[in-house]
Design a protein around this ligand. Structure first.
Ligand SMILES: [Zn+2]
Length: 107
């Protein structure tokens, strides 16, 4: 049983999401400017879709972050988008943009 998030937690996640969104946006700008950027240091889902360009990957991550920003403060926050199971707080602290619980993660 997990308690509802406190305002402090919400604020922290909000800050984490905003920072990540800015990082991603900076990287995307670099990619579009033709710079060679490496995405391996990003703490984002590492799965890569075959043939996906860095630009597409970054846009997908940005979407993920902006969806999480919309969920924050709604009852959907902190729940798996597929099965509505609660996500562990440690998972949200590590990666507040997480959408799927362990059981629903693609293997
Ligand atoms: Zn799930």
């Amino acid at each position: 049983m997990t308690a509802e998030p406190t305002p402090e937690q919400r604020q922290r996640w909000q800050g984490d999401l905003a920072r990540k969104g800015m990082d991603l946006y900076t990287l995307l700008t670099d990619v579009l400017a033709g710079k060679n950027v490496t995405l391996t240091t990003l703490k984002m889902p590492h799965e890569q879709k075959p043939g996906e360009k860095k630009e597409e990957q970054l846009r997908r991550y940005l979407d993920l972050v902006s969806r999480a920003q919309k969920r924050l403060g709604t009852p959907a926050w902190g729940r798996c988008v597929r099965c509505q199971a609660r996500l562990a707080e440690i998972v949200l602290d590590e990666a507040p943009w997480t959408e799927l619980c362990g059981a629903c993660q693609p293997k």
